[in-house]
Design a protein around this ligand. Structure first.
Ligand code: HEM
Ligand code: HEM
Length: 431
């Protein structure tokens, strides 16, 4: 029970209690409501700041020196390799955890009413995290960094009209060069971290302002419990497990470092950083305008307007709203994986529409036609799943979101693990 005694913050938890209210609803403590993902993302950001500042002591952002400074850090500095590995793995985990946190907020309905703005702040946070990873990717100045950033920024070329100018502006030239490195370095170690900190602080404040995580009014349990020790202990355990996982990865798996960057010798395959692998995979199947511009921007747009859709019902605060919707989500995830893999295999063995219909403009044969087929499949699935599981509007939207997310994850995995020389399909052990 809540008493004046256990309400009083103990000294070492004082700081944590500035982030939390003194007491919270008991329901909010149920671990699988949030899986602690927001807190994990916050911890990873803190680790990135600490290790990033350490790396800054040795790193030199000039093409003649950057690569050697990393070698020096790895070979001659006590724990240098470990610190670099931690920074590398936390960068990877942060993208995954922030993305999973987005999914959890979406599927438990935490993006509606008073949480609308925080959802949009969250999207901005995710974009910032991707930019931080991307700008960091170039810094080691090895072949991997140089060519991944070359391919990553070349995606901008496919933006209509201004794409080429934006790419030249970002690179400060026609290709990745010394100026690009210094610009990326300044964005990576100053501009973007400051923006991230400010947005994160605002994000936390809004969570507090909304009264904590979303719990539906219909919740039975109205019990209030003190935050310390109930929540703080749980957070502590999650933090310890996360730190253990990061350490295991960082001790056993070194951050990659190939030969020093050489603009004259490209890698084959030249892959974009892993979080863009899904888009790079799409480029193999669609006209670039559709793959690198229309589809990604439409997804970002749909995510942004999501809280403003009128679903006519309040979400339950539990995963997937109802038992029916949960079954539909499982079915959809399997169906989407199978459909995506089948489409990729068909595209591998049957020539593109561009070859089959050479008299058509490629934008139509390789763009409009495959896009129309894709939309048709989505529409068929939408009709099928809503009827089979008798879903409400909110539940159908959730199901379609599962479809698109699963498909995107499969595309990303295929891009990372199943594309070899000349981006041909291959098995991971042949890479
Ligand atoms: C959320 C925040 C951050 C993310 C996601 C991030 C991500 C990354 C990534 C992916 C790399 C390339 C690592 C590799 O594979 O070699 C990198 C490198 C680097 N980062 Fe960060 N970083 C973050 C914050 C910071 C901060 C705040 C600083 C310094 C103030 C910093 C300094 C550096 C330096 C000096 C390198 C080059 C060393 C190297 O590549 O190992 N980072 N970062
Ligand atoms: C650096 C990245 C992020 C950090 C550190 C962070 C942190 C947090 C924390 C600690 C919470 C409360 C507890 C929890 O849900 O675990 C939360 C809630 C929330 N986050 Fe994030 N978040 C991040 C990214 C995102 C993203 C990518 C989105 C979605 C686009 C998002 C949207 C939200 C929303 C809407 C809530 C309120 C949810 C509810 O009331 O149930 N956040 N965030």
């Amino acid at each position: 029970m809540l008493t004046a005694e256990n309400q009083k913050p103990k000294s070492f938890t004082g700081i944590l209690l500035h982030l939390h209210p003194q007491s919270i609803k008991e329901d909010a403590l149920v671990f699988n409501r949030t899986f602690g993902l927001g807190g994990m993302a916050a911890l990873l950001v803190v680790i990135q700041f600490i290790t990033g500042i350490m790396l800054r002591f040795y790193y030199e952002p000039f093409p003649q020196k950057a690569y050697d400074s990393i070698l020096h850090l790895q070979n001659n500095v006590l724990f240098g390799q470990l610190i670099r590995n931690i920074h590398h793995w936390c960068g990877v985990f942060l993208v995954i955890i922030a993305f999973l946190h987005l999914l959890r907020v979406f599927f438990t309905g935490g993006f509606q009413s008073s949480r609308k703005v925080n959802w949009i702040i969250g999207i901005a946070l995710l974009i910032l995290i991707v930019f931080l990873n991307f700008t960091g990717y170039l810094l080691p100045w090895d072949q991997l960094a140089y060519w991944a950033v070359t391919v990553g920024t070349s995606l901008l070329n496919y933006f209509p009209v201004i794409g080429e100018s934006i790419r030249q502006f970002v690179l400060a030239g026609d290709e990745v060069n010394a100026n690009t490195l210094i610009i990326f370095y300044n964005f990576h170690t100053a501009v973007l971290p400051i923006l991230l900190l400010l947005l994160m602080a605002y994000h936390f404040w809004r969570v507090r302002k909304a009264g904590g995580i979303f719990l539906s009014n219909s919740n039975e349990n109205k019990e209030i419990v003190p935050t310390y020790p109930n929540l703080v202990y749980k957070e502590f355990i999650v933090a310890l497990v996360l730190i253990a996982v990061v350490l295991v990865f960082s001790v056993f798996l070194n951050a990659p470092l190939l030969a020093k960057a050489n603009p004259d010798v490209s890698l084959n395959p030249t892959k974009a950083p892993w979080y863009f692998a899904g888009i790079q995979e799409l480029l193999l199947h669609f006209h670039p305008f559709i793959a690198a511009f229309l589809i990604p921007l439409t997804i970002i747009f749909l995510l942004t307007v999501l809280p403003f859709i009128n679903f006519k019902e309040e979400p339950s605060g539990f995963w997937f709203h109802s038992e029916n919707a949960k079954q539909a989500a499982k079915f959809t995830a399997v169906a989407s994986s199978v459909i995506t893999v089948i489409l990729i295999i068909i595209n591998e063995f049957i020539p593109d529409f561009e070859i089959l219909l050479p008299w058509l403009n490629p934008f139509i044969s390789n763009g409009i036609i495959p896009l129309a087929i894709l939309l048709f499949i989505l529409w068929l699935f939408y009709k099928f799943v809503s009827k089979k599981f008798n879903l409400s509007y909110l539940e159908v939207v959730q199901s379609m979101f599962v479809f698109i997310t699963t498909s995107f994850i499969i595309l990303t995995l295929i891009g990372i693990f199943f594309r070899g020389v000349d981006m041909e399909l291959t098995f991971p052990w042949n890479l």
